[in-house]
Design a protein around this ligand. Sequence first.
Ligand SMILES: C[S@@+](CC[C@H](N)C(=O)[O-])C[C@H]1O[C@@H](n2cnc3c(N)ncnc32)[C@H](O)[C@@H]1O
Length: 473
Amino acid sequence: HIKLQGLLVRMMAKPSIDSERHNVGKITNKSLHYKGKIFHVGKCYHYCKRKTSRNIEIIVGIIGFQIQDKAICVLIVPVEETFLGEDDQCGDFLQAIHPVKYVKICAELDPLRLTYFKNECQKIRSIPTMMYEPQTIGNWQTFGYMQDKGRPRRVGRRKEMKCIDLFAGAGGMHQGFLHEGFETAIAVEKDSTAVESLSINSKNRMRIHQGDVVNFLQKCRIESYRKQIGKIHHLHASSPCQGFSAANRNGGKNDDKNNKLSLTFLEAVDIFKPVTATFENVEGMWRRANIKYIKQITVGLLRLGYQTRCTVLCACDYGDPQKRSRLFIFAARDYALLPSYPTKTHGIDPSQLPFVLVKNALDIFKAQQNIEVRTTSLKPGQHGVVRLNPDGLACTITASSVPPFHYELNRCISVNEAKVLQSFPLDFALIGSIAEKYKQIGNSVPVEMAIAVARSVRAALLYVFKEEGEDDG
Ligand SMILES: C[S@@+](CC[C@H](N)C(=O)[O-])C[C@H]1O[C@@H](n2cnc3c(N)ncnc32)[C@H](O)[C@@H]1O
């Protein structure tokens, strides 16, 4: 966010933001006398280091004092200067989180000299409780809005963690939640072969609603139907991505309809009021034409009383042998802890495990016979067909395009090889024709990435700021 970054650079904010931290700085004294003025902790002040030609209003909130002439502060900005305000297409962001017109930036500034403090800010009576996590954590596609609620209380493991999986596909995301101890109360998917795969891998134990998510949610508005599903702790949705995808340059006739399905996430959150929720889609949601959907979801979550943060994760950072970037939105009720961004486990840093490379992942197939594979007259280099690099990461395995060629054989990667590049276990069964199998694999969230996301959600569910229903007072 250019405007905001400008301000932060001007004020020499610390570049790293610890999103886990809830108490920014230590409150020392409640007030301080300085050159005939009294400064108060918790109050907001105009700040100006030098006379600037441009009239930039900088407001800071004091959270503590350091020595005699320095204050520990947070930067306060109008909502217009955050992600929701920039290039506003929703038109109603201000009403969305009304009466919150100002938010505090959730990064502590370097201590500021009181010499440069002007008057107390009359527009803002005290430091806002709504925090904004700016798009400056080394990834401009990362931002969040959350309430500053102090230290969360550990409630420990829950007896059960039930989730709903919307647009479940063959169950990539489901594998992640299963791995982390969640029980899927119901999965919703309209494609019959994907439903069969989902069902066979759960040994027919999972409740699956085969049908349209829109119709399903309509039914769920009826209390008796919803009661059959029971209490939901977490809700996940991976709405169709074709309309958002950069690969889909010309646009399909169903793009608008499919893109609007992303908003069913909001409707589902409204109906089930889960403690936490996640949404997944392609990075293309960040394209200029599509960003209105991210804004609508963010605004909608805030309106429903949820905290939210959004980011783009890459599957290879979590142990999948694939360079696949996906947008994730995390949400949590205001009494709960917002899941943090999953910690990268793989990479080039000595503290991380090395990336899983194509040849290491596909090594297990050396002696494989009778493979299921797509045949094509195309060769690598023609119409976007690529050959895998054995010493690199695989390109994104998609649902529709010709699969990449094997790194040393003259054929596309097989169904099983595609499955392994998405980190599915080899015994994961897929139902349908060869084309349907590739499609189910290409549609899935890679399993290691799904595990990393589910782990963050599980960790957040161990804490609350207050019990559900406790008075906010
Ligand atoms: C991106 S994929 C989901 C992948 C899945 N989360 C996974 O990790 O394997 C989207 C899925 O939504 C399904 N779908 C599309 N429109 C739908 C609708 N209106 N109702 C239910 N499912 C739908 C597609 O068949 C597809 O399987």
